[in-house]
Design a binder for this molecule. Structure first.
Ligand code: DGT
Ligand code: CA
Ligand code: CA
Ligand code: ZN
Length: 582
């Protein structure tokens, strides 16, 4: 079993316990454990081998024993026993919006419903409305929710899909008279790779015209809730959008509260309580008996004031996951996070030589227009036929095209000649070393046979990492969000080898990749690996995806110094492997 299997099992157990009506702290223990394992940048098998399972936040002796059982036997006896009591397919019913564990149990106990199909049939036959505390209205709502689930699924949206639509809506809301501020909040502001729903905030004295516009947007398929200061719509894509409107003098607490994460907020509230204050989206309020501030509310119109009141330096939204940022803020040791404006180079892009849309010169001009000073042209190598990978002969011819484009661009911009070379299924590299020595920058990557067993696919990648001519590994796991998981790499081993050989690892900024992911970035930095943030652009506009890569780097606590494409080109060239081709 790997990290994903353990997470899935713990989430499933938590859901089944909730349906059974178990104690809340027990359910939360499984959820928290699943979440911390999700945050691990390392293989849980390795942590087990080191005997340090209980060092994982939220894992005590009991859960450690369960993890051990799963890792050593591939099974969990507790789950098997639980399944006899709670049919595992009941967990699927929880995917229906508005159906919580209590309701699921009630429906199961009374109607014997265990699958989504049976639930649909029972609702259509009017059987749900006959249950206590249900009624026709709830039944109709559930039927609509089942239909929505079947139509759109319950996959979380990709960051890259949610971000542009949120900006579009905010632009419209900002034009409403009386609106002084607008912002995204929630997981979207934290730039998580997937988004459950979009949270939008508006500061305005009178919320009514804002709500009116919001609930009548062409983008909206339906309005799920409309209130005086809070509404929710569902877009045609199935994505939910929450909007809250508050007066501007409460903007700081509002933004802080709805940016989350929940875990981060819990920590902030604990700190507030230590000062005798309760903190919510409206204000800090002295709790009973506390005399601070004469019992009056403390309003914060900006987030700096919220953190300041708690004695903390400002914490960037991309760090707010309760992964040590509170402690770092207390010690004034937060990282100076890398910013989009720090990027000078893009080390991975494609042209018409393989499967890109633009010529080398056009790509260079597009990059320059976006403030970059250099690019690596890295077209696909021969064996990637579907991407029109190029032969050795054509690769060597490409040099002339690069030279001509460099001439055209002048001294202020540099185009390097590279390749995105396939690591073949048997681990061999696509071009021989005498070809690689003629290139300025060599990228190696996996696109095929990603589902090989862990050891095999890891060895395959390590072969590239240890090759003296390979400068960077692109999108290391090869995952494609939302549903291609990518290679089951021994990431620690990859990272340690990258550190030992000076091989750069990429954060591929394409929102379907974001690979390395945030937790792997954090681990990479701990091990001293150098990171690059690249667009992998096949068209000019894709260079604009770099900001998603920057956000992922920030979520991994990266500073500009950690990211090689913020460096002056001379420094970058001086550190890439083997000066023989630098
Ligand atoms: P998502 O939508 O699943 O990608 O994740 P978030 O973080 O956007 O979560 P969401 O939309 O449920 O709520 C937005 C923020 O509002 C969340 O990050 C923190 C805050 N929030 C919502 N519900 C609660 C709550 O019950 N307790 C606390 N402390 N904060 C909450
Ligand atoms: Ca959300
Ligand atoms: Ca929400
Ligand atoms: Zn590529």
């Amino acid at each position: 079993m790997n990290n994903r299997d353990v997470i899935e099992m713990f989430d499933r157990v938590a859901d089944m316990l909730a349906i059974r009506g178990d104690q809340i702290h027990r359910i939360l223990a499984y959820r928290k454990a699943a979440e911390s394992i999700g945050d691990l940048g390392r293989d849980i098998n390795q942590i087990y081998a080191e005997g340090s399972l209980t060092d994982i936040p939220g894992i005590g002796k009991t859960l450690a024993a369960k993890i051990e059982e799963m890792l050593t036997t591939g099974e969990l006896e507790f789950y098997d026993r639980l399944s006899e009591e709670v049919p595992p397919s009941l967990v699927d019913l929880l995917r229906v919006e508005g159906l919580g564990p209590k309701r699921v149990k009630q429906i199961y106990d009374n109607l014997g419903v265990v699958t989504l199909e049976e639930l649909t049939a029972a609702a259509a036959a009017g059987k749900l409305s006959e249950l206590p505390r249900m009624g026709k209205k709830t039944e109709a709502k559930l039927l609509a929710a089942i239909e929505a689930l079947q139509k759109h699924g319950d996959e979380r949206a990709l960051l890259g899909d949610a971000w542009p639509v949120a900006q579009e809506i905010l632009t419209l809301l900002a034009e409403v008279p009386g609106v002084s501020k607008t912002a995204v909040a929630g997981s979207l502001r934290r730039m998580r790779e997937t988004i459950g729903d979009v949270d939008l905030l508006v500061a305005a004295g009178d919320p009514e015209p804002v709500m009116e516009l919001f609930c009548n947007l062409d983008l909206a398929e339906s309005v799920s809730a409309r209130g005086p200061s809070k509404s929710r719509i569902v877009l045609h894509s199935g994505l939910g959008v929450d909007l809250r409107v508050l007066p501007p003098e409460r903007w700081g607490t509002l933004l802080s509260y709805f940016t989350g994460s929940k875990d981060h907020n819990v920590r902030l509230r604990e700190l507030a309580l230590k000062q005798g204050l309760s903190l919510n989206e409206h204000a800090f309020t002295p709790v009973d008996g506390a005399s601070g501030n004469g019992g009056a509310e403390i309003l914060c119109d900006n987030e700096e004031a919220v953190y300041g009141t708690l004695g903390l330096s400002y914490i960037a939204p991309t760090l707010r996951e309760d992964r040590g940022e509170i402690e770092a803020a207390q010690a004034d040791r937060l990282p100076q996070l890398v910013q989009l404006a720090d990027l000078r180079a893009d080390l991975h892009m494609h042209t018409t030589w393989s499967d890109g849309r633009l010529t080398i010169l056009e790509m260079a001009q597009a990059a320059q227009a976006r403030g970059l000073h250099s690019i690596v042209i890295s077209d696909h190598s021969a064996s990637l036929g579907i991407a029109n990978g190029i032969s050795i002969e054509r690769l060597l011819q490409q040099r002339e095209d690069i030279n001509a484009a460099n001439e055209e661009m002048g001294p202020e911009f540099t185009i390097l000649h590279g390749t995105e070379m396939e690591i073949k299924a048997d681990g061999r590299l696509d071009y021989p070393e005498d070809v690689l020595t003629q290139l300025d920058f060599v990228i190696a990557s996996l696109h095929t046979s990603l589902s090989q067993p862990r050891e095999q696919v890891t060895d395959r990648l390590l072969n590239a990492v240890w090759n003296p001519f390979v400068d960077m590994i692109a999108h290391p796991t090869g995952r494609l969000l939302p549903d291609r998981a990518g290679a089951d790499l021994d990431m620690d081993m990859v990272l340690e080898s990258a550190a030992a050989t000076g091989t750069i690892l990429e954060i591929n900024a394409n929102p379907r990749r974001l690979d390395l992911r945030d937790t792997h970035v954090r681990r990479a930095l701990q091990l001293g690996v150098k990171i690059a943030i690249n667009s992998d652009a096949h068209r000019a506009e894709q260079i604009d995806l770099l900001h998603y890569g920057v956000a992922t780097a920030q979520r991994g606590w990266a500073t500009a110094a950690d990211v090689v494409n913020t460096w002056p080109l001379a420094d970058l060239l001086a550190t890439i492997k083997g000066d023989d081709h630098g």
